[in-house]
Design a protein around this ligand. Structure first.
Ligand code: 4AD
Ligand code: MG
Length: 444
């Protein structure tokens, strides 16, 4: 046993801890090239890339000979001495001494040349080894870590909502259904309604998990299976909800900038744009948004939802995330608290506005947060359930929250894939989750 085997296992991302030591990289061949007496082996071990240099004389004759049999993605264990190399991403390279081939890979389908998206999607299980995909998924993992950190540090309890549910949360048009013994179940569209029960039990909670929508739209922002994080807070109004969302987004952006700089470099993300994401974020009403859109040549009739061009224009107007609040009730789900006027109180009357708040990201990434203040009156909520053609019996447990100590409360849902797309600058949400599910995409 060599000394380093008895201690910490070597990974490329920790190279600086092993300065000048002899270590073993256990990984895969990324590529290789030779020039006369010197051979170069680019290796990846899952945590990063490192170049190994094979000099005749310095490395074993066996290794020097075997080098030529190595194909892309062959698995190897390569031992050698680390030395500083400022031009490399890890800051180090390896002077290779010996090489063990674990498994020679068959001709690898993904070469450095350009491939079509369809081909890459079919080979998603291999595509995730490529640098850009690897970097984007590392940023995703950091975002999910930062999400947990943010809420845990603020005393929120993680509250896991069921995936199999008996009724809808966000309307019945995008439900996936599945037989559930003798009845029908739906894959959850949002954990919100269960999150509200958690807020009444624990004060403040967050739900985090996969959510499902049978979206027939083929856009760069829609998946049929996506992850959402959904905080819910008792005794919080619309404004407090926006304050929370703002602090939350700031924390995510700062964490990614601090902890994933090398990945953002691989992704060629414009850092100055992310660095400028600091609160306060502008907060405008839907009515104000319509005026801005009109000025920008995108008039929208009152009562219609924004499409992608409207969201992009609002993002451009401010250059940072913008909250849009007080939307038309007619385009919002049944559970929103309503008001007759922007800023005005009261649930009686027309209920023209929903006390919602959506956060629109800059650079065309669209709505990343959707949320608002919930209706707390059982009577009003029953009326809304009926107006939406839903069955009151399905929501009796939800109505109980209004019967037993009802309080004003608010929450929101952040779409994780859209957030990853915005942070990484990738064009399409299919590159922000290991295995995207979309219309016509179920494999691998
Ligand atoms: O605006 P949505 O539909 O809000 C809700 O589901 C609320 N019940 C959340 C809550 O208040 N607890 O969805 C929230 C966010 C959107 O802003 C968007 O970022 C993301 O979820 N999202 C999607 N992401 C990818 N693909 C889809 N099909 C998405 N639909 C929504
Ligand atoms: Mg929404």
């Amino acid at each position: 046993m060599t000394a380093e085997m008895k201690t910490e296992r070597f990974y490329i991302e920790n190279a600086s801890k092993f300065d000048d030591q002899v270590v073993t990289i256990k990984g895969w061949v990324y590529n290789r090239r030779s020039s006369g007496k010197i051979k170069f082996l680019m290796m990846r071990d899952g945590t990063g890339l490192m170049q190994g240099v094979l000099f005749k004389g310095e490395c074993s004759e066996e290794a020097f000979a075997e080098f030529d049999t190595l194909t892309q993605e062959s698995s190897v264990e390569v031992t050698g001495k680390l030395r500083k190399e400022p031009r490399s991403a890890s800051g180090y390279e390896m002077g290779v001494q010996s090489l063990k081939i674990v498994s020679v890979a068959e001709p690898y389908p993904i070469s450095p040349k350009e491939h079509g998206v369809e081909f890459l999607m079919e080979n998603r299980h291999l595509w995730i080894r490529s640098q850009r995909q690897w970097a984007a998924l590392r940023v995703r993992a950091e975002i999910i870590r930062a999400i947990g950190e943010f809420f845990d540090n603020r005393g929120f309890i993680r509250f896991d909502a069921p995936v199999l549910t008996p009724s809808s949360c966000e309307g019945t048009s995008t439900l996936f259904s599945t037989p559930y013994f003798d009845e029908k179940a739906y894959l959850t569209q949002s954990g919100q309604l269960y999150g509200e029960t958690g807020a009444m039990a624990f004060g403040k909670i967050y739900v985090c998990g996969p959510t499902f929508r049978a979206e027939k739209s083929k856009t760069r922002k829609h998946l049929t299976e996506f992850w959402m994080v959904e905080p819910e807070v008792a005794f919080a109004d619309l404004e407090e909800n926006m304050n929370l969302g703002e602090a939350f987004i700031e924390h995510i952006v700062q964490s990614v900038l601090k902890n994933k700089a090398p990945e953002l470099k691989i992704l060629e993300r414009d850092l100055t744009k992310l660095e400028s994401i600091k609160g306060p974020f502008p907060r405008i009403s839907y009515d104000e948004a319509l005026k801005i859109l009109e000025k920008r040549g995108l008039p929208l009739p009152w009562g219609e939802d924004f499409g992608a061009p409207h969201e992009t224009a609002l993002g451009e107007e401010f250059g940072k995330p913008v909250f849009v609040h007080h939307m038309p009730s007619q385009i919002k789900a049944f559970y929103f608290k309503q008001s007759d006027t922007v800023g005005g109180p009261g649930v009686e009357g027309t209920g023209k506005y929903a006390l919602g708040c959506d956060l629109i990201a800059p650079d065309g990434y669209g709505e990343i947060i959707g949320g608002g203040q919930r209706e707390e009156s059982a009577e009003v909520l029953k009326r809304r359930i009926a107006e939406h053609g839903l069955s009151e019996a399905d929501y009796s447990w939800y109505l109980d929250l209004r019967r037993f100590g009802s309080v004003p409360h608010s929450g929101f849902g952040l779409g994780i894939e859209r957030t990853v797309a915005w942070m990484t600058g990738v064009e399409h949400v299919r590159e922000t989750i290991p295995y995207p599910r979309m219309l016509n995409t179920l494999r691998p």
